[in-house]
Design a protein around this ligand. Structure first.
Ligand code: SF4
Ligand code: SF4
Length: 360
């Protein structure tokens, strides 16, 4: 059975759900129930994306974290000068001794369309902010790396006035969005400052709008949807509310936080969307069973770091063995798990292996 999605939603490039009735902010013991929160107030470790009253607390997510439920009054009231400072190294990690900047505008995974949508939406703003950063940090040259034609054309429309910024279209394969792989693809050996496009937009909003970026763009995809959807939501929105806005009626599905390669299965949609979210995948619930490794070698063939994932799996408790297998070179791309015909979750073994080596 397909999830029913509003027709006007699937035909648009992105939709917005930026007026939720409730926002979920991390519990902060300084704040009492019925306190009025202003937009951009720092609650826990999050800047509030709305103004309104704290109504109650709730426990959510697989980690059972405690949150405040804030009733949105839709006034977006802010304190005077709530955002006072311009970007410095607390907002952007720029090494002032390195005179080059790489902007990573390539989507992190296949079937995720966040970065290319941001480029389409904010082309001239992105170039403006790169120009600002270059001037502020005396950066001599910037490369914006992208992988799809449309974003390339959009940025090129505005690039004429920015002679120190170059747009490079790289080969479109996974995991070229990984910073180390990207540098190899660009044949850059020197040390560089690398920043991703979402981060640039955060800075753009602070400089131009004097506010923290209160939204996040996510792709909602998976094989029970007719088509992937890009949606802009307020940070702190409950995923369940987003799916309800999209009229997702299906009940029997597996939910993945992240894209098809890097995502992790989560129990249900009672989770709070944060700035680190970029995709959720909804899959038919066919519960495939893990089978025995047949030593087919596909995980090894596909690994961009030339590791041997099935050996890593077999040595998951052997610290010395894992070091010899160069576990530290793994870039967490998830390709080994994705390709495995026996449906072995190699990434979970790799995570355990990394923990073992890290905690020695
Ligand atoms: S791809 Fe899967 S079945 Fe094949 S060798 Fe790797 S772990 Fe074993
Ligand atoms: S996740 Fe798997 S395929 Fe990717 S680098 Fe690590 S071992 Fe290799």
């Amino acid at each position: 059975m397909k999830i029913i999605i509003k027709e006007d939603v699937i035909n648009r490039e992105y939709v917005c759900f930026i007026k939720p009735n409730y926002i979920y902010l991390p519990f902060d013991e300084r704040i009492k129930i019925n306190t009025y929160i202003y937009k951009d107030d720092l609650i826990g470790n999050e800047y509030s994306p709305v103004s309104g009253f704290v109504r109650k607390t709730i426990i959510l997510g697989d980690n059972k974290d405690k949150y405040f439920i804030v009733e949105n009054d839709f006034k977006d009231r802010k304190r005077r000068n709530s955002v006072k400072y311009l970007p410095d190294n607390s907002l952007i990690n720029i090494d002032k001794n390195i005179k080059y900047l790489i902007v990573n505008a390539i989507d992190t995974e296949p079937y995720v369309y966040v970065r290319r949508t941001l480029v389409k939406k904010m082309s001239s703003g992105i170039l403006d902010i790169v120009d600002y950063i270059m001037e502020k940090y005396s950066i001599q040259r910037t490369i914006i790396a992208i992988s799809d034609d449309y974003s390339y054309d959009m940025l090129n429309t505005y690039i004429g006035t920015y002679p120190k910024i170059k747009i490079i279209k790289v080969n479109n394969y996974y995991p070229v969005s990984n910073n180390n792989i990207l540098l190899k693809e660009l044949s850059i050996k020197k040390k560089n400052n690398i920043v991703n496009i979402e981060h640039l937009i955060d800075i753009y909003k602070i400089i131009n709008n004097r506010t923290f970026n209160d939204t996040v763009l996510i792709t909602i995809g998976g094989n029970i949807l007719k088509k992937s959807i890009n949606i802009i939501v307020k940070k702190g929105t409950l995923l369940k509310d987003v799916l309800s806005f999209l009229e997702c009626k299906e009940k029997d599905y597996s939910l993945m936080r992240g894209g098809p390669l890097l995502g992790k299965i989560i129990k249900d949609a009672n989770i709070v969307i944060t700035e680190n979210d970029y995709a959720f995948m909804l899959y038919k619930n066919n519960n495939p069973k893990e089978e025995e490794c047949t030593l087919c070698g596909r995980c090894m063939d596909v690994c961009p770091q030339k590791l041997i994932p099935m050996f890593i799996m077999n040595n998951v408790n052997n610290q010395e063995g894992l070091k010899k297998l160069n576990i530290n070179k793994c870039i967490d791309c998830g390709l080994c798990s994705y390709i495995c015909p026996a449906r072995i979750n190699l990434r979970s073994y790799i995570d355990k292996a990394k923990d073992l080596v890290r905690n020695e």
